[in-house]
Design a protein around this ligand. Structure first.
Ligand code: DGY
Length: 326
């Protein structure tokens, strides 16, 4: 804790946060300016970051050159309450010596759980079936009605075997799958220990019955999953994306789902978020969308907010952050 006689730091918080995170910053001599007006409009963000010492943000806010310039020389630290940081211009932060904190690790389990849930829902048509029970479409027990494809004996493919990809694989191996294959820039040591097979991209695409995307969003992965890739996949394949909407060419995904180039998709992330209600993906019977809830587990979200609060407090004291990107 720092002396309370010194001038208070001002931190702009882009939405209400758990009390635990507020307390940490209060005890570190920080005055919080908490936005209650969500979703936060860009104009309001620009107005409020002027002369601020720190920003507590989430993946909703694009932190770019304009925001940094508007905040000015007073800005000492940024903490995003997320593991992904594609919404922050890290280079611009570096140029200004502004450390950026994030929250890796604590959301791995929650994200892996949701991924498995979304995969099961998509392939075993759970939400569709629940809806059928509610709407009266459930007439009698028909042999081939509401059939999906199971995981047992299947090939599970992971694109981007990092922390979350590994946690997903470690859970799915208990479903009696045939094998788990993955594609990364380079083989993953832990993946090798677990017996997951490193394959080239074409093998991943052509052999996966379930293809799960857990890579990070970078320039290289932007719109990576396009028509060319979907055409290389099995017609029975199920595609699941829990990374970022930006890694998928959504127009191409619509075509792939409509033309049955692949069987179904489960998406926790889209472009934009939220997806407009009239978006084609929301109308497709073989596309299941959750509203970016991968890490939405109570204890996980509190931990993420607490790490962010600590990152900001440390940054304001010129100390290394718990988890620093740049
Ligand atoms: C993240 O943290 O980047 C996830 O997408 C949401 O928790």
């Amino acid at each position: 804790m720092i002396s309370t006689n010194s001038k208070k730091f001002k931190v702009y918080v882009t939405q209400p946060i758990p009390k635990e995170a507020e307390s940490i910053m209060h005890s570190n001599n920080i005055e919080l300016i908490i936005n209650q007006n969500t979703p936060l409009k860009r104009d309001l963000l620009l107005q409020n970051v002027k002369d601020i010492d720190g920003i507590f943000c989430t993946l909703n806010e694009k932190i770019d050159k304009e925001i940094l310039e508007t905040a000015g020389a007073s800005l000492k630290v940024i903490g995003t309450c997320s593991v992904g940081y594609d919404h922050i211009d890290i280079n611009e932060c570096k140029k200004r010596n502004i450390p950026v904190g994030y929250t890796p690790g604590v959301l791995t389990d929650a994200s892996a759980e949701l991924t498995v849930g979304l995969l099961l829902n998509t392939t075993r048509r759970i939400s569709e079936a629940i809806n059928a029970a509610k709407t009266g479409e459930w007439a009698d027990w028909k042999i081939m009605w509401m059939c999906g494809r199971g995981l047992s004996g299947s090939n599970v493919g992971i694109f981007g075997l990092g922390r979350i990809g590994l946690a997903v694989a470690n859970r799915l191996k208990n479903f009696g799958v045939n094998k788990i294959i993955y594609h990364n820039r380079k083989p993953n040591e832990e993946g090798a220990k677990q017996g997951y097979e490193y394959v080239d991209l074409d093998t991943l695409l052509s052999q996966s019955d379930f293809l799960i995307v857990t890579c990070s969003a970078t320039k290289e992965t932007e719109k990576f999953f396009n028509l060319e890739k979907f055409k290389k996949m099995k017609k029975s394949a199920v595609f699941v994306n829990v990374s970022r909407g930006s890694v998928v060419n959504q127009e191409d995904l619509c075509v792939a789902l409509k033309d049955n180039l692949i069987a179904a998709a489960g998406l926790d992330v889209t472009t934009p978020e939220p997806l407009p209600l009239d978006h084609e993906l929301l109308k497709l019977r073989n596309c299941f969308i959750t509203p970016h809830i991968c890490s939405a587990e109570v204890n996980t979200r509190v931990k993420m907010a607490v790490i962010t609060a600590n990152n900001i407090s440390l940054g304001l004291q010129n100390k290394a952050l718990l988890h620093q990107i740049n």
